[in-house]
Design a protein around this ligand. Structure first.
Ligand SMILES: [Zn+2]
Length: 113
């Protein structure tokens, strides 16, 4: 259940940001979540409501933006976006590539009031 720990981390960071800005309320938290990060955004949403209760983050909107998996193919040398359901190079069908994007998971911004 690492999503629970991640959610607690997100809320802690958002609350710290709110305190630094002497804010009373956290309006929204933007997160970028790579498709290959291993994090399930649905679970983050579920935990968020529970963990944020009675904190500055209660009622805040959690916006999760997906980052697609992008690769550079070692065989045909092109850069492509792949889906988890179809992980071959879309250009030449190779499995020999480097993943250059989609592993990320981070807080993009915190909006406070
Ligand atoms: Zn290729």
């Amino acid at each position: 259940m690492h999503e629970l720990a991640i959610t607690e981390g997100i809320i802690k960071i958002a609350i710290d940001a709110a305190k630094q800005n002497s804010a009373n309320k956290i309006l929204n938290i933007k997160i970028k979540c790579g498709d290959f990060s291993g994090v399930v955004p649905q679970l983050i949403h579920e935990y968020f409501d529970i963990v944020s209760k009675e904190t500055l983050a209660e009622g805040a909107k959690l916006l999760v933006e997906r980052i697609p998996i992008s690769i550079i193919c070692n065989d045909c040398n092109t850069e492509n976006v792949i889906e988890k359901s179809n992980i071959k190079c879309p250009n030449c069908g190779s499995f020999n590539y480097r993943i250059i994007g989609g592993k990320e998971f981070f807080i993009d911004s915190v909006e406070v009031e």
